[in-house]
Design a protein around this ligand. Structure first.
Ligand code: PMP
Length: 380
């Protein structure tokens, strides 16, 4: 099997697994216990908090552990909206957000909040001027994803952050796909809330974090999970020490390797695109040429049905959309927001590479896809 679906999830790095194991076994203590085993577990959690904070230029007390980006997005949106209930009531987001942003927004609409869903252009970019034009005196929150999970487009985060700050609007970004792949500085980017997920960057599934700005402005959220008051009351529940330790180590590894991995991914992705394009000149990239995640390639191959291709190429794991839209067997709402009709969307595939992808794997993928593309185009 050749795995080319790193946007969906990544394997857990062996160094991450090794760091987690002691906390499943020898030291299984509750990090809130005040005996020596508990203190040791708490120290490990604190270290992980610091490693995560360092990666995004935050402070460790600004990291709230969650079960992943889905929960972080829910906590950011529902937690901040309920804190503001009765005050301002307008939220801005975009049409191409992950369902874990869109569905909490829909829920907030049912509670009386107003939500504006910004359009995107053909590259999947939100226009910061359109954002500014849609601000009203009631706007208190904007949630725009850092990078899109299907097409990899990276939003104009600096610009959006500046506009949000100028209008005193809190800025939340879902950075599940960006953390570990592009440099992030929450201060310079004026980000107030940011969602992260460990399994997108070689950490374990089921753990993530929400960055919650502690000063200028100090952001305060109401919890969505109530209990013993862990994570400064924002997310109750016994901390999952092994997974948290794993997320910290995964952060340290991407922090160290990012420049080199970024370069290698770009070269490989470009090679895949060029070799497919040589075989079929009509192939097009979905997403922005430059403002795009280095390891993502979403392409349209006219005349080739994506489901047919996936069946033919059983030895390769790539995708016809995001795991979430495939689950519902609906055409991608992201590609549709970028102006593609259903017929064109059925010709699109997403390839995403990662740390373990080799040149040989890429060569063998390109050989196969070119063979089947020729077969399909000649039949049609
Ligand atoms: N946001 C984005 C952009 C994602 O790609 C994903 C994962 N598909 C999520 C949120 C949800 O993350 P998790 O799997 O950690 O809940």
């Amino acid at each position: 099997m050749i795995y080319l679906d790193y946007n969906a999830t990544t394997p857990v790095d062996k160094r991450v697994v090794d760091a987690m194991i002691p906390f499943f076994g020898i030291n299984f203590a509750n990090s809130a216990s005040d005996h020596s085993m508990g203190v040791e577990a708490k120290n490990a959690v604190d270290k992980s908090r610091l490693d995560i904070a360092n990666l995004i230029h935050a402070k460790s007390n600004e990291i709230v552990f969650t079960s992943g980006a889905t929960e972080s997005n829910n906590l950011a949106l529902l937690g901040f909206a309920s804190k503001n209930k009765g005050d301002k009531n307008h939220i801005i987001t975009s049409r191409i957000e992950h369902p874990s942003v869109l569905n909490p927004c829909k829920h907030l609409e049912s509670l009386g909040f107003q939500v504006t869903y910004l359009p995107v252009d053909k590259y999947g970019l939100v226009d910061p001027d359109v954002f500014e034009d849609s601000v009203t005196k009631d706007t208190f929150l904007i949630s725009i994803m850092f990078a899109n999970n299907e097409v990899g487009t990276i939003q104009s985060i600096y610009e959006i952050g500046r506009i949000a700050r100028r209008h005193n609007i809190l800025f939340h970004t879902d950075a599940a796909q960006a953390v570990g792949y592009v440099p992030i500085d929450v201060d310079k980017m004026n980000i107030d809330l940011m969602s992260m997920s460990a399994h997108k960057f070689y950490g374990p599934k089921g753990v993530g974090a929400l960055f919650v700005r502690s000063r200028i402005p100090r952001v305060s959220l109401l919890p969505i999970v109530f209990g013993g008051g862990q994570e400064r009351g924002m997310r109750s529940g016994t901390l999952n020490v092994p997974l948290i330790v794993g997320m910290g180590v995964a952060c340290k590894l991407v922090h160290k390797n990012m420049p080199e991995e970024h370069k290698r991914f770009k070269v490989l992705v470009q090679k895949i695109y060029e070799e497919i394009k040589q075989n079929n000149l009509e192939v097009k990239i979905n997403g922005h040429d430059i403002q795009r995640l280095p390891h993502n390639l979403n392409i349209e191959i006219p005349g080739v049905d994506n489901k047919w291709l996936l069946l033919k190429m059983k030895d390769f794991c790539f995708s016809t959309g995001s795991a979430c839209s495939v689950l519902h067997d609906e055409p991608s709402y992201v590609l549709s927001a970028m102006g593609l009709d259903r017929k064109r969307i059925n010709n699109c595939i997403r390839i995403s590479i990662g740390r373990d992808t080799t040149d040989e794997e890429v060569n063998s993928f390109v050989d196969d896809i070119n063979k089947y593309t020729k077969e399909s185009v000649s039949v049609n």
